[in-house]
Design a protein around this ligand. Structure first.
Ligand code: EPZ
Length: 406
């Protein structure tokens, strides 16, 4: 497995808090990581990533600099909502930040009201002008923050801001994702005083300064789920080396329910499908629930189920873009609101398809692997945002797949 994109991005942002460099071991080479590195460069940091080596040994190094009047520009932020992760660190370390408000994206408006509410509770003053958020604070002060909803990067932003605030911050209704825990592990290595990560309540006692650290980033549980589903949908036998089964319970339980055999051991997860695919219902939820980032891939799998499957997307407003494309392959899917009814069919047929967002494009690849004939997935730059050479990983598993043009 590659290192987890959604753990690497906050780790890169955390480097803005430190007097010394943060070295991230095992970060994959992805578009989103390159984009985030460009953003940090604009904000005065120096970012270097090893070109060679295997993706688990590769080093990504971020050393903060002086951002001065720098801002996170619209043309960068609009391509990657995770840019909002610089807000907390800039405020905590330099006392000011100016970041373009992330526009909507394919999967929904995705506001940052919870991030701003939390930072204001820590004493930041925020204004919105010409589409940019301006935030300032002499020194952040610890405070209790209750999130109205579970937000992964909101929790991460506030953890980072609170790490250098004066006094204690308690984050309630905090996100419990493994990536949040991975960030807490890094911040602690940098000298932060944090406890409770992985639960609904995280306590952060501010310190005066943070030092650089070396961080072995966690494996990508979403990539692992995607590759294991490639095995399940094709009736194959896939072992995800380096995957942490303990971070994938909801996905593995659904795979077992659907008739696949799952084996979890220290250092790998294995999925085999011998019999038919049993249609099962699935509802996405904040961790430890079924991850929204695996919803599209799971829906592709259910297209070949033996009955009806109800798939509910409770996190994002519009994360069914893959449905129209799966229908073109013969998938029988009816959508009403945030619920899709999938009637399993005997087989899917290959077709030219259009990728729309990162995880939807992965679901089209999975469907193509199981379909008869050839499937061509266009606009695979979406895929490259979150998967490092997915086609090579799938080829090594026996898939007949090739990147035909950029
Ligand atoms: C993180 O996005 C991930 N990205 C997403 O992965 C993932 O889908 C998402 O969490 C949910 O698990 C990163 O970690 C970089 P949220 P994030 O804040 O933090 C609403 C991928 O494919 N909300 O947990 O941006 C929001 O609109 C990406 O790798 C507010 O209303 O998601 C959404 O509906 C896609 N106000 C829901 O909460 C806020 O202030 C969950 O959003 C914040 C969020």
């Amino acid at each position: 497995m590659s290192g987890a994109k959604n753990a690497v991005l906050p780790a890169m942002a955390a480097a803005l808090l430190a007097d010394g460099p943060v070295e991230i071991v095992g970060a994959p080479r992805l578009r989103d990581i390159a984009t985030f590195g460009k953003l940090l460069g604009i904000l005065g940091a120096t970012v270097t990533q090893d070109a060679g080596g295997t993706d688990r040994s590769r080093l990504l190094r971020v050393a903060s600099g002086e951002p001065g009047e720098a801002e996170a520009p619209y043309d960068l932020v609009k391509t990657m909502r995770a840019s909002v992760l610089v807000l907390g660190p800039l405020l905590a370390r330099y006392g000011r930040a100016r970041i373009s408000l992330p526009g909507g994206c394919a999967i929904g408006p995705r506001p940052i009201d919870q991030h701003l509410k939390g930072l204001e509770l820590l004493g930041a003053r925020t204004t919105l002008s010409e589409g940019y958020i301006e935030a300032a604070a002499d020194r952040l002060r610890g405070a209790p923050v209750y999130f109205d909803l579970k937000t992964v990067t909101g929790t991460e932003n506030l953890m980072m801001a609170a790490a250098l605030a004066e006094g204690t911050t308690v984050l309630k209704n905090a996100a419990r994702e493994p990536e949040v825990c991975d960030l807490a592990r890094l911040l602690r290595a940098m000298g932060a005083d944090i406890e409770g990560e992985g639960t609904d309540e995280i306590t952060v006692r501010g310190v005066r300064s943070l030092r650089g650290a070396r961080h072995e980033v966690m494996a990508d549980r979403i990539e692992a789920a995607t590759l294991l589903l490639a095995g399940a949908i094709t009736g194959g036998d896939v072992t995800a080396l380096g995957a942490d089964g303990g971070a994938m319970d909801a996905v593995l339980e659904k795979l077992q329910e659907s008739g696949a055999e799952v084996e979890v051991a220290n250092g790998f997860v294995r999925v085999r499908r011998a019999g038919p695919i049993r249609s099962v219902n699935m509802k996405t939820a904040p961790y430890p629930g079924f991850p929204t980032d695996v919803q599209a891939q799971f829906m592709a799998y259910m297209c070949l189920g033996d009955g009806f499957s109800i798939v509910s997307e409770t996190i994002f407003e519009n994360r069914f873009m893959h449905v129209a494309e799966l229908r073109r392959m013969g998938g029988r899917i009816d959508v009403s609101g945030n619920t899709a009814a999938v009637k399993g069919v005997q087989g899917l047929s290959g077709a030219p398809l259009m990728a729309t967002d990162l995880r939807a494009s992965a679901s089209l690849v999975l469907a193509g692997l199981a379909a008869s004939g050839t499937t061509e997935v266009l606009r695979i730059y979406h895929l490259d945002r979150g998967y490092e050479s997915l086609e090579n990983k799938l080829s090594s598993l026996g898939a007949d797949i090739a990147r035909v043009r950029e």
